[in-house]
Design a binder for this molecule. Structure first.
Ligand SMILES: Nc1ncnc2c1ncn2[C@@H]1O[C@H](COP(=O)(O)OP(=O)(O)OP(=O)(O)O)[C@@H](O)[C@H]1O
Ligand SMILES: [Mg+2]
Length: 271
């Protein structure tokens, strides 16, 4: 198995608690930009949660605080017993743009972050290949990013993250740059991985159907500065077929789309 699983305690890990979190960005001088209104969320270990909301409402900001990249202005985030103040190996992050090193092969990209665990080279290599196998890319391990399609690059990025076996996966519009067909394949792959590894996933998307296909819970955010205006527990059995548009799927979808319409979104303070 992967790097940390051998040493991990057996208790469930990956609980995220976000309490009264606000974020204001400093803009120079005394001016500030309020990006996130007080937000409270608890994500249970092993659950899949989507965050959806208008552009600029603070989704990436929220995810970046959980990742330890952005500081809370008030309130905070606790992952298991750790108050988040900086990035940590227990939390993996996957962005829309893959951030691969162009001068490393796919395997090299997956192998590189494993250096921080002080593993011998042969073991790093073995674990990198294992992760690439999990995303069906082992046959392309020696290719460089420039030789890979968008979907393949994102699979390398996913392999790179899961190779470190984090308890939490934060994904910021990870499939946003992919064509529709590739996106569906990536969703299937992600569900497969999540089913096997049961990480806690926080997934930002603009795509309502994607959120419905993947998530246990969907949090809908208001216009900027964002706050959670609705929680939807997606009570549809898995695996969720994209062809079978059952009644509940359509109901959830129209509910979310209504909330995301600008006029509705402005008036949701009572929800
Ligand atoms: N480093 C920063 N400094 C100042 N303002 C910022 C910074 N990062 C984000 N913002 C502002 O904070 C607000 C929230 O941004 P954020 O990126 O979190 O939104 P988002 O919901 O992820 O949007 P999108 O859907 O377009 O990705 C926006 O108004 C944005 O301009
Ligand atoms: Mg964003």
């Amino acid at each position: 198995m992967s790097v940390l699983s051998k040493t991990k305690p057996s208790r469930e890990a990956g609980r995220i608690e976000i309490s009264s979190l606000t974020v204001e960005y400093k803009l120079g001088g005394n001016s500030k930009h309020r990006a996130l209104e007080p937000t409270n969320l608890i994500l249970k270990p092993g659950t899949f949660t989507a965050l959806i909301g208008p552009s600029g409402c603070g989704k990436s900001t929220l995810l970046n605080v959980v990742a330890g990249f952005v500081d809370a202005t008030s309130g905070g985030v606790v992952v298991d017993d750790r108050q988040v103040e900086a990035p940590d190996v227990s939390v993996g992050v996957i962005f829309q743009h893959f951030a691969l090193f162009p001068w490393f092969s796919a395997r090299g990209n997956v192998e590189f972050p494993l250096k921080r665990f002080g593993l011998p080279k042969a073991e790093r290599r073995e674990r990198a290949m294992e992760a690439l196998r999990e995303v069906n890319l082992h046959e392309h391990a020696s290719k460089f990013p420039g030789q890979l399609s968008g979907g393949m690059k994102q699979r390398v990025a996913i392999a790179r993250t899961i190779a470190s076996d984090p308890d939490v996966l934060l994904m910021d519009e990870p499939f946003g740059a992919l064509d529709a067909q590739t996106r569906l394949q990536m969703q299937e792959l992600l569900m497969d991985l999540w089913g096997k590894r049961k990480k806690t996933v926080l997934f930002v998307t603009h795509d309502v159907d994607e959120a419905l296909r993947l998530s246990d819970d969907i949090y809908v955010m208001s216009n900027a500065p964002g706050r959670i205006i609705k929680t939807i527990n997606v009570d549809i059995e898995r695996p969720r077929s994209i062809d079978r548009m059952d009644g509940r799927f359509i109901e959830y979808r129209s509910d979310i789309l209504r909330l995301l319409r600008p006029s509705e979104n402005d008036q949701t303070s009572t929800l």
